[in-house]
Design a protein around this ligand. Sequence first.
Ligand code: AKG
Ligand code: FE2
Length: 264
Amino acid sequence: MTSATVRASVSSELTTDSLLALSERRIAAIHVKGFHDRDMAHAVAEQALTHEALGSYHKELASSVGRVHMPHVDTAHDASLTDTYHRHALAAIHDVRSMFAPYPSPVDRLRLLLQEVWPGGANLLRLNGRTCFIGALRVFRPGVSQLLPHNDRLHQETDAPEARNLTEQFTANVYLRVPETGGDLRLWLREPDEAETERILAVEGLDPSTIEPPALTIHPDAGDLIMFSSAMLHAVAPSSAGPRVGMAMFIGCTDAKAPLVYWS
Ligand SMILES: O=C(O)CCC(=O)C(=O)O
Ligand SMILES: [Fe+2]
């Protein structure tokens, strides 16, 4: 698909129609304002900032960003890290859920919604039959963190058979805390070319001066949900105005009749 086929239009609701439109790249994003209660979001963001499982992304240019519990991207084709990821998956899911107790976390609610509205339903991803983690909290520190233009594709992270047939991958972020200025989400509405893909795989980001300006820029508010194709280039701008905390999951798609799969 080329950028010319993806319109910069955004749906404000998560429905069967908007999800199908996103999967066919007829729209650029789904942006649901106020998906989660802001006060609760703020309180959980505070917990994330000092959480004992807060570490950094492993790849060079993403390492400015913190995350609570290990996401799949950090297994890096390493057997021992992959084993650690799967062994801790369930305890990590339960730990993040407990941060929102007695209410469901936004990722738990999103899991149910996807199961209800996607024609083929939706399930937690297993890789080589082993349970994946879901519900990573991402911490962007003021003046330090940003994500350069990159994309995210599961088949580049694993040889597991369950990852082989995914035709599209979305990312869904629920923002828990967002600075007044900065921290914008930038979308290019195109996939990287081969040379860009190689660079992204090596260091997890492109020099923004080597590509065109983004097709769409969104400043999320705390409580918002935004979903878009993670196969296409996207970035997060830096901010000096305060921490930016989001809860993130990926969603893999084959066709409308097959269940979606989700993980972090
Ligand atoms: O935090 C965001 O707005 C998006 C981060 C990102 O790169 C992703 O969700 O894949
Ligand atoms: Fe990403």
